[in-house]
Write a protein that binds this ligand. Structure first.
Ligand code: ADP
Ligand code: ZN
Length: 526
């Protein structure tokens, strides 16, 4: 289609995409970019990010350049746009020399509305020179969280995208992501030099997704039971941690008559492409996959996402579960987890090649994920709070629907808070959870002896709970803000809301730890 200068965004929305009205913050974003400004857009999966750059690309003169890490999806995206009459193309490593030359010529001749590029391609001097000769309507940086070095999808090529600000100062830039933590938001704004951008942060709630997290007994049969009783014939995704886990599970599902396919990075690329295509086009395929699968997959009717292994972080969990129910109809986010998951994840982090800062961050990500598993509060409230969004109990998660079994942990929490306060006052120093638990349990080890912790009045006051139980108490107390964890070393500091607990004005109930091996004498279930 030819984008005459007079075409308005609303006309394009109607005439090209066939929609009646803008959704959420789309209009604001579109106006900002059409007006020549920059934008940072945080919107959940299915929120409608694509139109935020596709419409300005059609309204502004020249071609919109979309940077995406998802090479495997570019051909499909371009075909979908061509079917709407939009002049779109892509440049990536799957094109041969002649095909690439044709695309470059079309761009220079002003025959394109949208051009998709992989980041590694964009930063090549040849591509930069090409873009400098072309008329560029805008740069859209999709999956912009990939620039975050601490995130779960880091791509080193994204670090090079900061140069766009310098090389193309007059071209508006828009960064988009469905990852919403304040830390990622700040990091991508800085690294992509979007200091002047207007920020659009949508609610990250996905009200049609029901969250359920259960203790793992026999993970596989729990899953088969879940699929056959609640999602027979539905499309779904099951995430596993390892490639071997993926292969074994998909075989087991097929043996039970479930239409399952495996997907992981170790499979030949033709097999991956074939399985992805079948998942997208056929009804009722269950994709059993590692996290290599899913980013950018636009299948509206995924009815469930299941996790048989604990995700590495709340962000990862949110991303993966977010692939369910993009059509707005009810969908399930279902997970089982157990002590084995925690142990194997910790081992993975410790044996990995990350430095100690990386390891500490990875551990704290894992702890936040566990806190979500262990919460007695609404899962959604806690999930959204992780993204700095306050909400009310949802009535559509397992803890809202069936309140969990809890124990009165008031005394335990008072002991924990007192230990943190005593250590701070009497030692003039703050400590991480490991040392605080040592003090509570009176663990006579080198670390405790070196610090002369035995002379503290709080030494050994928490002998009645095991190490594992104290860890879950600490995680749950952190998740509620009664304690805060500061700095790279995760030293514990008493939170603002701790006062009433210490003064015995409020009770604290904690979930009976679902991952503990045997029951504790003191922690009687109510
Ligand atoms: P995201 O990239 O944020 O995950 P998409 O851009 O793929 O989301 O949009 C999700 C779905 O919503 C798509 O099927 C899209 O066509 C549809 N959609 C987006 N904006 C609108 C709108 N204004 N009106 C109706 N449907 C829309
Ligand atoms: Zn809820």
């Amino acid at each position: 289609m030819t984008s005459a200068a007079t075409t308005s965004p609303l006309d394009v929305l109607h005439d090209v995409f066939g929609y009646d009205e803008f959704r959420g913050q789309q209009q604001g974003v579109v106006d900002q970019i059409v007006g020549g400004g920059d934008a940072v857009v945080l919107m959940p999966t299915g929120g409608g990010k694509s139109l935020c750059y596709q419409i300005p690309s059609l309204v502004r003169p020249g071609a919109g350049v979309v940077i995406s890490p998802l090479i495997a999806l570019m051909a499909d995206q371009v075909t979908a746009l061509e079917n709407l009459g939009v002049r779109a193309a892509y440049l990536n490593s799957t094109l041969d020399f002649e095909e690439a030359q044709n695309v470059e010529r079309a761009l220079l001749d002003g025959e394109l509305d949208l051009l998709y590029l992989a980041p590694e391609r964009l930063v090549l001097p040849r591509t930069m020179a090409l873009l400098e000769r072309a008329q560029v309507a805008l740069f859209a940086i999709d999956e912009a969280h990939c620039v975050s070095q601490w995130g779960h999808d880091f791509r080193s090529d994204y670090l090079g995208l900061g140069v766009l600000a310098e090389r193309f100062p007059d071209v508006p830039r828009i960064a988009l992501t469905a990852t919403a933590t304040p830390a990622t938001h700040a990091e991508l704004t800085e690294r992509l030099h979007l200091g002047e951008a207007q920020h659009f942060v949508a609610s990250f709630d996905r009200p049609n997704i029901t969250y359920r997290i259960e203790p793992k007994q026999s993970g596989r049969s729990q899953l088969i039971n879940f699929i056959t009783t609640e999602h027979s014939g539905d499309s779904g995704i099951v995430y596993c941690l390892s490639r071997r886990g993926v292969e074994q599970l998909s075989e087991a599902l097929v043996a039970r008559g479930i239409n399952a396919l495996p997907y992981h990075a170790g499979l030949p690329s033709e097999v991956r492409a074939d399985h992805q295509a079948r998942f997208l086009r056929e009804d009722g395929v269950v994709m059993v996959a590692t996290i290599a699968f899913g980013m950018g997959i636009d299948k509206p009717d995924v009815r469930f996402v299941a996790h048989l292994d604990l995700p590495r972080s709340v962000e990862g969990y949110y991303q993966e579960t977010g692939r369910a129910g993009r059509d707005g109809l009810p969908a399930d986010a279902w997970m089982v987890y157990g002590l084995g998951d925690v142990v194997s994840q910790r081992r993975l982090i410790e044996s990995g090649d990350g430095d100690s800062t990386y390891q500490r961050r990875a551990m704290s990500h894992l702890d936040s994920m566990l806190a979500l598993c262990e919460t007695v509060d609404c899962r959604r409230v806690q999930l959204l709070r992780y993204f700095d969004e306050e909400s009310a109990p949802c009535g559509n998660c397992d803890t809202c629907i069936t309140p969990p079994v809890t124990w009165d942990a008031t005394v335990a929490v008072q002991k924990l808070l007192s230990a943190v306060i005593r250590l701070d006052r009497e030692r003039g120093q703050r400590f991480g959870s490991g040392q605080v638990i040592d003090v509570l349990r009176g663990n006579d080890n080198e670390r405790s002896r070196a610090a002369d912790h035995e002379s503290l009045s709080v030494w050994g006051i928490g002998e009645d709970l095991s190490e594992t139980q104290w860890k879950t108490v600490v995680r749950q107390v952190l998740a509620r803000g009664l304690l805060e964890s500061h700095g790279d070393y995760g030293v514990l500091v008493v939170g603002e809301d701790a006062g009433p607990v210490l003064r015995n004005e409020v009770e604290v109930s904690l979930r009976v730890d679902p991952i503990k091996k045997s029951g504790s004498k003191k922690a009687g279930a109510k």
